[in-house]
Design a protein around this ligand. Structure first.
Ligand SMILES: Cc1cc2nc3c(=O)[nH]c(=O)nc-3n(C[C@H](O)[C@H](O)[C@H](O)COP(=O)(O)OP(=O)(O)OC[C@H]3O[C@@H](n4cnc5c(N)ncnc54)[C@H](O)[C@@H]3O)c2cc1C
Length: 574
C-alpha cells in the first residue's frame, strides 16, 4: 500500500487549529488567499503521492552504495529530485530576492510533511538545504549570499549541517574540528565529522557543507564555535579538500546517505565564515530550529503513512466473522494512531504559524510574541511528534499481526524509518531539557502561561458547545490542561534543579498531550460550525480526550512527585 497525501485534512488543520486562518485575518500574509494556499497543497500532494511515494521501497532496499568516495542514490531518485526542485518546491518559503516564492513557513511545513510521508529518506535532504538557506540568509555576508543562496534556494545545490564528531554529540561544545585563518580572508578547515546526512551523493553537482569548527584562540565550549561554509566544489571548479570517508549501515532511512566526512587531507579545506568568529552557535541555532520543526514533521509524516497502511489492512484482513477493523481492540489501535497523528500535525503547523508571526507580525511586540511562541513550541513539535511517530508506526506493525514483522508489507520499514527522528536534531531528551530549562522560563513564565490560558479558552468553548457527541471531552481536556498548569508552576518554582530535570521528558509529553487534545477539539468545533466532516472530527477529539488526555494526571505526578525516585536510585542502578 502506498501513500495518498491527505490534502483536505492537512488544509483543515492548517486553517483551523493551527491558526493559519486567524493569522490571515490579522493581515500577516498580505494578499495571500485561501485558494492559492489550497492549490499549493493540492499540487504538493500530487507530487508526493505520484512521484516520491513510489520510490520509498526501492530506496529502502537499494540504499546508498559507496565506492571510491562516491555515493550512488537509488534508481529514479535523481530524476525525482531534479523535477521536484525544478517545480520550485525547495524555495517555497525562501526569500523572493534569491529566487524563492516567499510563501509562509506554515504552508511549507504542510508540504514538508507530505515529502517526508512519501519518503523520509528523500525528505530529509531538502529539509537541511532549507535550514541552511535560513542560516545563510540571516547571518551570511553579502558576497557569500550572492554566490550561494540562489543555487541553494533553487535546489540546484544541496546543503548539509555538520555538528557531530565522535566525542561531540549532544555536547556540541566538545567539538574539535579546527579552523585557521588564511591570508585571503578564507579559513582552512581540518578535522572529522560523523553521521552527516547527505554528506555525499549524486543528486546535485555541488554540495555546500555548513561546518562547525573552532579557531586556535577560541574560548572553550559552545562560546568558541564558529560556522563555516565549505563547498564540495570551489568557485574555481576545483575539488575542495573535503571528502566522504564512508557511509553508515543503518536501521532505517536507508536511502539517506549518512557519511563520515574528512576535512584537510591536503592541508585544509577552504571555508568561509558565516556570521562572526566564535558566534557560530547563533547561526547554527537558526538552522537547528528550522530543522527541528522539520524533523517533528517527519514524525507526523511517518505516523500518517503508517496509519493509512494500517487502516487499509484492517479493513481487508478477515479473522473470525469479520474484518479485524471491527474488533474493539483493533479500533482502539487505529483511533490512537489517527488521533496522535492529528494532534502532532496541529502542534507542528501551529509552530509554523508562530514562525510566520515572528517574521511578519505587524509590529515589534507582535513579532516578539510570535518568536516566543515558536521558541516554546519547537521542542514540543520536535519531540512529541517524533515520539508518537515511533509509537504509531509500532501500532501499525501490531495491526498487521505477523505480516507487520515481514518486510514485504512495508509496515516494518515505517517503524525502522521512524526511529531516527527521535534521535537526530537533538535527541528528544535534549528537547525536553530545552523546554524545561529555557522555554518554560521565557519571560518569567508569561509565555507558557499565556499559552495555557489559550488552551483553557478551547476547553471553555468545548464545554459551552454542550454537544452530546463530544461526551466528556470538555471535562477530560480541562483536567489535562490543569495538570499541565500545575506541573508548569511546579517547574517554574524548582528552577531546573536535578529533580526538575528528571521530570523533563514526562513534562514534554504532558505538554503535547494537553495541547494536542485541545487542538483536536478546536478542529472538531470548527467542523461543527462549518459542517465539514464534523462527525469524524468530533469522534476523534472525543476519543483523544477520553482515552489519551486522561494520562495527563499520571504524567503530572511523574513530573512533580517522581523526580526523587530517579535522583536517589543509585542502588537500583548499581
Ligand atoms: C542517521 C543519522 C543522521 C544524522 N545526521 C546528522 C547530521 O546531518 N549532522 C549532524 O551534525 N549530526 C547528525 N547526526 C547526529 C545526531 O544529531 C546525534 O546522533 C544526536 O544529536 C545524539 O548525539 P550522540 O549520538 O552522540 O548521542 P549522545 O549525546 O551520546 O546521547 C546518548 C543519550 O544520552 C542522552 N544525553 C546526552 N547528554 C545528555 C544530557 N546532558 N542530559 C540528559 N541526557 C543526555 C541523550 O538524550 C541520549 O539518549 C545524525 C545521526 C544519525 C544516526
Amino acid at each position: 500500500m502506498t501513500y495518498r497525501a491527505p490534502v483536505s485534512d492537512i488544509a483543515f488543520t492548517l486553517f483551523h487549529s493551527a491558526g493559519f486562518a486567524r493569522a490571515m485575518a490579522d493581515g500577516i500574509y498580505g494578499d495571500l488567499d485561501t485558494d492559492t494556499v489550497e492549490a499549493v497543497l493540492e499540487e504538493a500532494g500530487k507530487f508526493a503521492t505520484d512521484v516520491i511515494a513510489p520510490l520509498n521501497r526501492i530506496g529502502d532496499t537499494f540504499g546508498t552504495p559507496f565506492k571510491d568516495g562516491n555515493v550512488t542514490t537509488p534508481p529514479g531518485w535523481k530524476e525525482a529530485y531534479t523535477s521536484w526542485a525544478a517545480a520550485g518546491w525547495n524555495g517555497l518559503a525562501a526569500p523572493e530576492q534569491w529566487g524563492g516564492q516567499g510563501l509562509p513557513q506554515a504552508v511549507n511545513a504542510a508540504c514538508i510533511e507530505m515529502w517526508n510521508a512519501a519518503s523520509m529518506a528523500f525528505g530529509i535532504g531538502p529539509v537541511l538545504t532549507m535550514a541552511a538557506v535560513d542560516a545563510l540568509n540571516d547571518y551570511g555576508s553579502d558576497a557569500l549570499k550572492k554566490k550561494y543562496l540562489g543555487k541553494l534556494v533553487s535546489g540546484q545545490w544541496m546543503g548539509t549541517m555538520q555538528l557531530t564528531e565522535p566525542q561531540a554529540g549532544s555536547d556540541v561544545g566538545a567539538l574539535r574540528t579546527k579552523a585557521e585563518r588564511a591570508a585571503n580572508g578564507s579559513y582552512r578547515i581540518t578535522g572529522q565529522k560523523i553521521f552527516i546526512t547527505y554528506g555525499e551523493h549524486d543528486l546535485t553537482d555541488n554540495i555546500i557543507h555548513f561546518v562547525l569548527a573552532r579557531l586556535p584562540d577560541a574560548p572553550a565550549g559552545t562560546k568558541g564555535i564558529s560556522l563555516f561554509l565549505v563547498p564540495k566544489v570551489l568557485p574555481d571548479g576545483s575539488r575542495n579538500d573535503a571528502r566522504a570517508h564512508s557511509v553508515e549501515h543503518k536501521m532505517g532511512i536507508h536511502a539517506s546517505p549518512t557519511c563520515t566526512m574528512v576535512y584537510g587531507d591536503n592541508g585544509g579545506a577552504t571555508g568561509w565564515l558565516i556570521g562572526e568568529e566564535h558566534k557560530g552557535m547563533q547561526a547554527m541555532f537558526t538552522m537547528m530550529n528550522r530543522a527541528r520543526l522539520a524533523v517533528g514533521l517527519q514524525g507526523v509524516a511517518i505516523a500518517e503513512r503508517a496509519t493509512q497502511q494500517a487502516m487499509a489492512y484492517a479493513r481487508d484482513r478477515k479473522q473470525g466473522p469479520s474484518a479485524i477493523a471491527a474488533y474493539p481492540d483493533v479500533r482502539r489501535m487505529l483511533l490512537t494512531m489517527r488521533a496522535l497523528t492529528h494532534a502532532a500535525r496541529s502542534i507542528c503547523y501551529a509552530t509554523g504559524v508562530a514562525l510566520d508571526r515572528a517574521a511578519r507580525g505587524k509590529d515589534e511586540a507582535a513579532r516578539k510574541a510570535g518568536h516566543e511562541r515558536a521558541s516554546l513550541l519547537t521542542p514540543v513539535a520536535k519531540a512529541f511528534s517524533t515520539d508518537i511517530g515511533v509509537e504509531v508506526a509500532s501500532l501499525g506493525v501490531q495491526v498487521h499481526g505477523g505480516m507487520g514483522f515481514i518486510e514485504e508489507t512495508g509496515a516494518a520499514q515505517h517503524y525502522r524509518d521512524a526511529r531516527i527522528a527521535a534521535i537526530y536534531e537533538g535527541t528528544n531528551g535534549i528537547q525536553a531539557l530545552d523546554l524545561v530549562t529555557r522555554k518554560v522560563p521565557l519571560d518569567g513564565g508569561a509565555t507558557v502561561n499565556g499559552y495555557i490560558d489559550e488552551l483553557r479558552g478551547i476547553v471553555r468553548r468545548v464545554t459551552e458547545a454542550n454537544d452530546p457527541a463530544l461526551g466528556a471531552t470538555g471535562a477530560r481536556l480541562g483536567e489535562s490542561v490543569e495538570s499541565l498548569a500545575r506541573a508548569t508552576q511546579w517547574l517554574l518554582a524548582r528552577k531546573a534543579d536535578a529533580t526538575a530535570l528528571a521530570g523533563a521528558t514526562p513534562y514534554l509529553r504532558l505538554f503535547g498531550t494537553a495541547a494536542g487534545g485541545c487542538m483536536l477539539a478546536d478542529d472538531a468545533l470548527a467542523s461543527l460550525r462549518d459542517g465539514s466532516s464534523g462527525a469524524g472530527r468530533v469522534a476523534l477529539a472525543r476519543f483523544f480526550a477520553e482515552n489519551i488526555a486522561v494520562t495527563a494526571g499520571g504524567l503530572e505526578r511523574e513530573v512533580t512527585e517522581g523526580g526523587d525516585s530517579i535522583t536517589m536510585a543509585e542502588a537500583a542502578l548499581a
